[in-house]
Design a protein around this ligand. Structure first.
Ligand SMILES: Nc1ncnc2c1ncn2[C@@H]1O[C@H](COP(=O)(O)OP(=O)(O)OP(=O)(O)O)[C@@H](O)[C@H]1O
Ligand SMILES: Nc1ccn([C@@H]2O[C@H](COP(=O)(O)O)[C@@H](O)[C@H]2O)c(=O)n1
Ligand SMILES: [Mg+2]
Length: 251
C-alpha cells in the first residue's frame, strides 16, 4: 500500500479554505447508511459522498486503478487511503457545497489518519448506525442492486473487516465524545426520526415533556394541544348546557 500524497496542495488548500462541515457516516455493511443519507440530503441539504460509490464509479470509468479496486471490493478488503481520499477530495471540490456526509469512510485507522493529515478536516461528529449482523445479512441478501460484493461469501468477509478494522475507528471517535449512536435495526422511518433530531440545529429544538422536538414537530404538538383544549372546553360547555336544560325542565 502506497503512502498518501500529502504534497497535493491544490486539493488541500482550496478544501481547507472552505472550512467544510463533515459528518462521517459509519456502520456495518447493510446497516442503512446510504438509505439514511438520502433522507438527510433531502431534509438538510448536505452532499452525500459514499466512498464505496466513488470507488465503484472509478472502476466503471476505466481508470488505471480500476482492476485493483475491483479485486479489493470482491474480497471485501479496504482500498489504499491514497486512492479513496483523492476521490473524496475531488468530489467535495466539485460539489460546490460546504456540508458533507461522508458515508463508509474512514473504514480503518489508515483511512482516518490519512484523511486528517491530508485534508486537515476534523468531522463535526460521527453517525454510527448500529445493527445486528443477522439483520444486516438479511438486508444485503435482499438488496438486489447487482453489487458484486452482495453474496454470502463476500458479505461474511466484509463483516470480519468491519469488526477488525472499522469498529476501532468508531471507538476512537467515541473516546473523543464525537459519536452519535443510532439503533439501526428499527424500520427506516423510525431510524430517520432519531437522525432528524440529531441534524436539527440546536436553536430550532424545543424541549417538551422531556422530549426534544424540532420546531415543526413542536408546532404540530402545540396545535394538537390547542385542539384538545378547545374540544375539552366545547365538551364542558355542552355538559353545562345539558345540565342547565335538565335542571330547568325537571325542577
Ligand atoms: N431500517 C431499515 N430496515 C429495513 N431495511 C432497510 C433499512 N435501512 C435500509 N434498508 C435496506 O437494506 C439494504 C441496505 O441498505 P443500505 O444500502 O442503505 O445500507 P449501507 O449501510 O449503505 O450498506 P453498504 O455498506 O453495503 O453500502 C437496502 O436494500 C435498504 O433498502
Ligand atoms: N473507505 C472505503 C469504503 C469502501 N471501500 C470498498 O468498497 C466496498 C463497498 O463499500 P460500501 O460502503 O459501499 O459498502 C468495501 O467493502 C470496500 O471494499 C474501501 O475500500 N474503502
Ligand atoms: Mg452504502
Amino acid at each position: 500500500m502506497g503512502a498518501v500524497d500529502v504534497t497535493n496542495k491544490d486539493f488541500t488548500t482550496s478544501l481547507a479554505d472552505k472550512k467544510p462541515k463533515v459528518v462521517f457516516v459509519l456502520g456495518g455493511p447493510g446497516s442503512g447508511k446510504g438509505t439514511q443519507c438520502a433522507n438527510i440530503v433531502e431534509h438538510f441539504h448536505y452532499t452525500h459522498l459514499s466512498a464505496g460509490d466513488l470507488l465503484r464509479a472509478e472502476i466503471k470509468s476505466g481508470s488505471e486503478n480500476g482492476t485493483m479496486i475491483q479485486n479489493m471490493i470482491k474480497e471485501g478488503k479496504i482500498v489504499p487511503s491514497e486512492v479513496t481520499i483523492k476521490l473524496l477530495q475531488k468530489a467535495m471540490l466539485e460539489s460546490g457545497n460546504d456540508k458533507f456526509l461522508i458515508d463508509g469512510f474512514p473504514r480503518n485507522e489508515e483511512n482516518r489518519a490519512a484523511f486528517e493529515a491530508v485534508t486537515k478536516i476534523e468531522p463535526e461528529f460521527v453517525l454510527f448506525f448500529n445493527c445486528p449482523e443477522e439483520e444486516m445479512e438479511r438486508r444485503l441478501l435482499c438488496r438486489n442492486q447487482g453489487r458484486e460484493d452482495d453474496n454470502i461469501e463476500t458479505i461474511r468477509k466484509r463483516f470480519k473487516v468491519f469488526l477488525k478494522s472499522s469498529l476501532p475507528v468508531i471507538e476512537y471517535y467515541k473516546a473523543k465524545g464525537k459519536v452519535q449512536e443510532i439503533d439501526a435495526a428499527k424500520p427506516i422511518g423510525e431510524v430517520f426520526e432519531v437522525v432528524k433530531v440529531i441534524f436539527t440545529p440546536k436553536a430550532e429544538k424545543v424541549k417538551s415533556h422531556g422530549f426534544t422536538l424540532s420546531f415543526p414537530e413542536y408546532k404540530s404538538h402545540c396545535l394538537g394541544m390547542l385542539c384538545n383544549s378547545i374540544s375539552d372546553k366545547l365538551a364542558y360547555s355542552f355538559e353545562v348546557i345539558c345540565y342547565s336544560v335538565l335542571h330547568i325542565t325537571v325542577f
